[in-house]
Write a protein that binds this ligand. Structure first.
Ligand SMILES: Nc1ncnc2c1ncn2[C@@H]1O[C@H](COP(=O)(O)OP(=O)(O)OP(=O)(O)O)[C@@H](O)[C@H]1O
Ligand SMILES: [Mg+2]
Length: 302
């Protein structure tokens, strides 16, 4: 596989029109993604599903360019598309209810021209991870809604495409299954060689799972700063502080009380321990440390 971005989208524009109404959902969406797990946040109606449906050739768009590994979506054959991306659609039937989970996986592999042997072990692992291995030979129509959702997720992920879209994969999943899915999506075998783009309204799931987070708002895609870049600002609470000494050492004092103060410390996560040792040796009593930065809720709401 070449080094160009797994998915790049430039100036994507999509407007829904009715006789009386014009809804400009995607105004100018730009995003370039390499491998890893990426989450897209956005309020109901922000256009997340519209974006995914445009990228998976289920929806026409009026302007823009969508490329997978440098190749334009519009120039790809059906087989190329099948080999390149898979999709878990939002809230719709993604699988056949008259088949078993195992038969569904076989069916989707066959439709995509993927030899079943190539997806067998990964499918087994996914069934195990999501607690469905025992149900692999039961008809999907007799499974619970959450289990059906899991089968659909497994079908999308087990096809070994380098790009996978999961539109609201956590819908209907219980806490344990969401954890199982999160740990599966966080495993290096999954993320090191493919791009997974998901949407979810479950912040805990996103924080645990995604390496990069975007928000679709007002028709454009905004990127949340990577968590790593926040790692150099820490807020420390110090008991019985010697303010003069702290100021002399050029610490930035944020709050100042008789019994304690809080300071901001700019350093890396690796050097933080040494800084705290130094402060303690100087007679300060560091009682708590927090990473400073915009959390996911702030990013979503702002
Ligand atoms: N086929 C369609 N025809 C007309 N309007 C549509 C169509 N599909 C979506 N829309 C409109 O486009 C907007 C974006 O919808 P979309 O489903 O992409 O939002 P979303 O971000 O996925 O929301 P949610 O979080 O609820 O899933 C909404 O106003 C919706 O009504
Ligand atoms: Mg949606």
């Amino acid at each position: 596989m070449d080094n160009t971005a797994a998915l790049s989208v430039h100036h994507l524009k999509k407007t829904f029109r009715t006789s009386s109404n014009r809804n400009e959902v995607l105004k100018d969406v730009n995003i370039v993604l390499e491998k890893g797990v990426v989450a897209i946040l956005g309020s109901n109606g922000a256009g997340k599903t519209t974006f995914i449906r445009s990228c998976t050739d289920l929806l026409d768009y009026e302007e823009g360019k969508i490329e997978y590994f440098g190749k334009g979506l519009q120039t790809m054959s059906k087989e190329e598309k099948n080999r390149t991306f898979a999709l878990l659609s939002e809230g719709s039937r993604n699988i056949y209810y008259k088949l078993t989970p195992w038969e569904n996986i076989k069916y989707f592999a066959a439709v995509r021209g993927v030899p079943f042997n190539a997806v067998r072990s990964q499918s087994k692992e996914l069934l195990n991870e999501l607690g469905l291995y025992d149900k692999r030979n039961q008809l999907v129509e007799n499974l619970s809604r959450g289990m059906q959702q899991k089968v659909a997720i497994i079908c999308a992920l087990s096809m070994n495409t380098p790009v996978v879209f999961l539109d609201e994969p956590t819908l209907g999943l219980d806490i344990e299954s969401a954890f199982g899915l999160s740990s599966f999506l966080s495993s290096p075998e999954i993320t090191s060689n493919r791009l997974i783009i998901m949407t979810s309204h479950d912040f805990n799931f996103i924080e645990r799972t995604a390496r990069q987070i975007f928000k679709l708002q007002d028709g454009v895609m905004k990127r949340k700063e990577d968590t790593a870049s926040f790692d150099n600002a820490f807020i420390l609470k110090i008991l019985h502080p010697d303010i003069d000494k702290l100021q002399a050492a050029r610490y930035e004092i944020l709050e100042r009380h008789d019994l304690y103060c809080t300071i901001r410390l700019l350093t890396t996560a690796l050097l933080l321990g040494k800084e705290i040792d130094r402060l303690n040796q100087e007679g300060h009593e560091v009682t708590s440390v927090e990473i400073e930065g915009e959390n996911l809720k702030d990013f979503y709401l702002n």
